[in-house]
Design a protein around this ligand. Structure first.
Ligand SMILES: *[C@@H]1O[C@H](CO)[C@@H](O)[C@H](O)[C@H]1NC(C)=O
Ligand SMILES: *[C@@H]1O[C@H](CO)[C@@H](O)[C@H](O)[C@H]1NC(C)=O
Length: 369
């Protein structure tokens, strides 16, 4: 009876954990189900090289030190400027083009936020302003002027090395019309009474031959795209309560659960279950975490049902009827009554870092239902 009470998510994971004993077809079916749950069309290819460094903004999100800026977003994707010959047309540092190839974003994802950030050399004098444009149609030299749409206007302070600008309007358009992604144009203007020979801020689009890969990664322009996928949208529209993620630290403290044998008299409660992605064979594409505390619910729902067992009125009645005549109905089931989300970092097929929040992955509270 109790087996039927277990949560489907945990069942799928546990099934995979024991995959060594499963035949190939069952294992494939379980993997397919779990990938669908994670909203992935297929298993990302295994990483051959060590994963590229996770951008700081992504790291902060993952650690729970910052949250997804758009309320509805459940996914964050990081993109770096894709260098091309077109870059050479913008040799100046006060006017340059950035191109982010977001063509790999699944079509069910809707842009909820897009944040462009780059580093510049600090200590430039004078007051400056950065203008960010979406290149709706590129110009043709001597023929037509480009069509530009202003996205953001940001005052630059001399002491600030990191500049952030809002690129949501462009990201939305690129997702709708992928063929018309002509990049972003960045212009830096001198404002007010700045002296003529004030230096333009130095923003680097190109990597120098002397740059070490890791250092370059930290200074090159980065686009953080925040999206909401189909699953999250359906859940939100159905009015599912969104539980905030509990402290990451608590999740990390998990230890591999030893499956405890059912003891009839043990009361319904939350029990430890650590899902180790290495056991599932997924540690080659999931960057972090290595695994997580899923927990599960198990135990007896005795009569009379104590308050702390989070029973519904219906569960109380069912337990009462069962105590009078056990043959008519079973006891209430010990199930998760409160779940919370976890975050996972992985590399997509184009080697971009992706962070996803997955709802209802971890048991917070159990109860008799
Ligand atoms: C963007 O990436 C896709 C998939 O890798 C590729 O097919 C396409 O050519 C790229 N587009 C540009 C403009 O680089
Ligand atoms: C009942 O729910 C609360 C809140 O979700 C939780 O703290 C408590 O542990 C639950 N009771 C049991 C037996 O798990």
């Amino acid at each position: 009876m109790r087996g039927a009470c277990a949560c489907a998510v945990v069942c799928a994971l546990v099934a995979l954990c024991a995959a060594a004993e499963l035949d190939e077809a069952t294992r494939a079916a379980a993997e397919k189900q779990l990938l669908a749950l994670l909203g992935l069309p297929r298993r990302p290819p295994p990483r051959r090289r060590p994963p590229p460094p996770v951008p700081r903004a992504m790291r902060l999100l993952y650690d729970g030190r910052s949250s997804l800026p758009a309320a509805a977003a459940n996914t964050a994707r990081a993109f770096y400027h894709t260098p091309s010959d077109l870059d050479d047309r913008f040799p100046a540092e006060h006017r340059f083009r950035l191109f982010f190839n977001i063509s790999g974003v699944p079509s069910d994802e809707v842009a909820r936020g897009a944040d462009l950030s780059f580093q510049r050399d600090v200590g430039t004098t004078g007051s400056q302003r950065l203008l960010l444009y979406d290149v709706v149609r590129p110009g043709r030299r001597g023929h037509t002027e480009p069509i530009l749409r202003l996205l953001d206007s940001v005052p630059l302070r001399p002491e600030e090395g990191i500049v952030n600008a809002d690129a949501l309007g462009a990201a939305r358009r690129w997702l709708e019309e992928p063929k018309h992604n002509h990049g972003l144009l960045v212009r830096v203007l001198e404002e007010g009474a700045a002296s003529k020979d004030a230096k333009f801020p130095h923003v680097r689009v190109r990597r120098r031959a002397t740059d070490v890969e890791e250092e370059w990664r930290t200074v090159q322009p980065l686009l953080m795209l925040y999206t909401e996928d189909e699953r999250a949208r359906v859940a939100r529209e159905a009015g599912e309560p969104r539980l905030t993620r509990s402290k990451r630290a608590a999740q990390r403290r998990g230890h591999r659960a030893h499956h405890r044998r059912k003891e009839a008299r043990e009361i319904c409660q939350r029990r430890p279950l650590f899902v180790d992605f290495a056991d599932v064979g997924w540690s080659d594409w999931i960057v972090a975490p290595h695994g997580y505390d899923a927990y599960y619910c198990q135990g007896d729902c005795p009569f009379p049902l104590p308050d702390h067992l989070n029973g519904t009125n219906h569960a109380i009645v069912q337990t009462l009827v069962n105590s009078v005549n056990p043959a008519t109905v079973p006891k209430a089931c010990c199930v998760p009554t409160q779940l919370s989300s976890i975050s996972m970092l992985y590399m997509d097929e184009m080697n971009n870092v992706v962070l996803k929040n997955y709802q209802d992955m971890m048991v917070v509270g159990c109860g008799c239902r």
